[in-house]
Write a protein that binds this ligand. Sequence first.
Ligand code: ATP
Ligand code: NCN
Length: 210
Amino acid sequence: MGEQPELGDGPVKKRIGVMGGTFDPIHHGHLVAASEVASQFHLDEVIFVPTGEPWQKDRRPVSPAEDRYLMTVIATASNPQFSVSRIDVDRKGPTYTTDTLRDLRAEHADADLFFITGADALSQIFSWRNAEELFDLAHFIGVTRPGHTLSDPGLPEGGVSLVEVPALAISSTDCRVRVASGEPVWYLVPDGVVRYIDKRRLYLDPSSTN
Ligand SMILES: Nc1ncnc2c1ncn2[C@@H]1O[C@H](COP(=O)(O)OP(=O)(O)OP(=O)(O)O)[C@@H](O)[C@H]1O
Ligand SMILES: O=C(O)c1ccc[n+]([C@@H]2O[C@H](COP(=O)([O-])O)[C@@H](O)[C@H]2O)c1
């Protein structure tokens, strides 16, 4: 049997969301943002990409990349639309999103990429390395986040979409502080992540939480 003919002008491109983050730990704010963008933008899938060395988060020691990667796998395992990439964890040196997007474009040459970022990260985007190249590599989607104003910091015309997502006032910092002070993180992070934090004894040292 021959291949199905393509409709329209050419093959329909896959639409892949990319959710980059330090995920220390991953929480329901990340998951809701990815799910909502996937729905609103008719994405085929969302790839979560934990950072290797997040060079702008150097105020405190970040948990080992392998722990952050595994928590991301646990958190996304139940959603068939979600997957996790090791590309930033496996690349040596500081994590730059231009590298992330170049590598993903090489792996998914047939796809359009949509990079998902919260209001706080979007407002800092011009401090990222080679920021001017970012918008040629993916379409950017800025999502609302409680406590932060979602505004366009001067992004190129058509390069970014601003999207409202259900407001979850959760941050990884708050989760770490709660664990260090013996407060629960149940329902702020997926159940498997609560258990992983406990098993690996993460975030118990108060000096490394903030
Ligand atoms: N509650 C949330 N709602 C929407 N977007 C979020 C939320 N939390 C994080 N994000 C976005 O997810 C991406 C990855 O975030 P990150 O892993 O740094 O989590 P964080 O909660 O901001 O961590 P930390 O408190 O350690 O700075 C960023 O683009 C961030 O803006
Ligand atoms: O490219 C950069 O220089 C750069 C600087 C800071 C953050 N980022 C990316 O922004 C995403 C969210 O980062 P973070 O630090 O808020 O978890 C993640 O994918 C990072 O790699 C990228």
